[in-house]
Design a protein around this ligand. Sequence first.
Ligand code: BES
Ligand code: MN
Length: 460
Amino acid sequence: MPALEAVLSRVDANMDDALKRLFSLLAIPSISTDPAYAPDCLRAANLLRDDLESVGFDAAVRPTAGHPMVVARAKSGASGAPHVLFYGHYDVQPADPLDLWETEPFAPRLDTTPAGKRIVARGAADDKGQLMTFIEACRAYLAEGGLPCDVTVLLEGEEETGSPSLPAFLDANKEELRADLMLVCDTNMWNRDTPMVTAMLRGLALEEVTIRAASRDLHSGLFGGAAVNPIQVLAKIIAGLRDDKGAITLPGFYDGVAELPEDVAEQWRAIPFKPADFLGAVGLSQPAGEAGRGVLEQIWSRPACDVNGISGGYAGAGSKTVLPARASAKFSFRLVGKQDPEKVLESFRAYVRKALPPDCRAEFTRHGASPALQLPFSSEALSRARRALLAEWGKEPIIGGSGGSIPIVGDFKRLLGMDALMIGFGLDDDRIHSPNEKYEMSSFHKGARSWARVLDALAN
Ligand code: BES
Ligand code: MN
């Protein structure tokens, strides 16, 4: 097994080339939700397969009902080495709204700021830059003589649409994908110099509702006052979802939501977190969730209900006196604890149906549902990772939660019984899913070094 120091120096020496490789991946608009970009998703998968082969993996692009998976395998020279499965995703969110980007989203560039260099492109942080940190660590190991662990890499192209093909793929390839531990690089650091291991993620249930009333759009003078307006019906439904204290009103919604155990609450109180800074960074000042709960609690351990988009009627330039025939909205429920996503959606649909006035109909489209994830707050793998991260960053990692969701980590637990170590190098201000997404060069570089150390720590 190569010496860790040699591997770390190799990572450092490779950085310029690593950046070029990342830029070729970032140049591909692998937007999974839009069928028009399916050829680009395939291109990204092919590029990653070729890259993994150049590192020394046996790699293949594997078709699914949706976008393909990339599966790669490399064995360690050492006998009895642990087997890890690394998961990442090569798909990205749409770049909209395009006019808010300072430069083209799929023309990656390096921006120099007083705080350091950063990579700017859609997918820079979520998740192409992050997944490449792991591949670069493996490249350095293989160039120096071999990996300390057996490594399987699984890269999917549908994470941003809720991984519809992944459960069936896992089920069909159980034996091949089963490993001692799963590694995931799709989460954040605590801040730019403090690493974090994420032990809890919120679940997610997505549902779209369309409300229809009249058989066609109407003149709002000739019919206004007499005809029901689906936008206003929808608005009332949306408004009724939360009470004055910010609690969600759906019957049974809080089933399975537990109060934070006192020991965890105590750990969280010790975390240096300033709500005013967190909100201030995005131009806000007041927490808008359930009254009486801290901001960290609101995003890590309490559920939320949000409207992600709303449409209907005329929203173009000028005015139009129209009374629309339909209105629709997309909802997301972030779930915690043992909340059952199916029950939440059932309760939501029942609430909407009950709120419908005469002549209105509701149609529902489901866009995926997954429960919250809770990993152990202490384990052998976690303490090894902790030491590795401390060595790289010079700071004890925070063991925390995140309000985001990576539904498949739970599937691995349920279908293959595997725990995961979620270690990511993203920052809260990376603007993932927003215009001008970026990834710090320090995240990319020290992220790759961190994985080199984590693999070493897991093996020894
Ligand atoms: N990597 C993110 C989730 C994330 C970001 C977790 C930062 C922790 C810290 C992931 O790619 C993502 O955005 N997931 C989606 C879920 C999906 C089903 C659309 C999400 O959370 O909205
Ligand atoms: Mn994402």
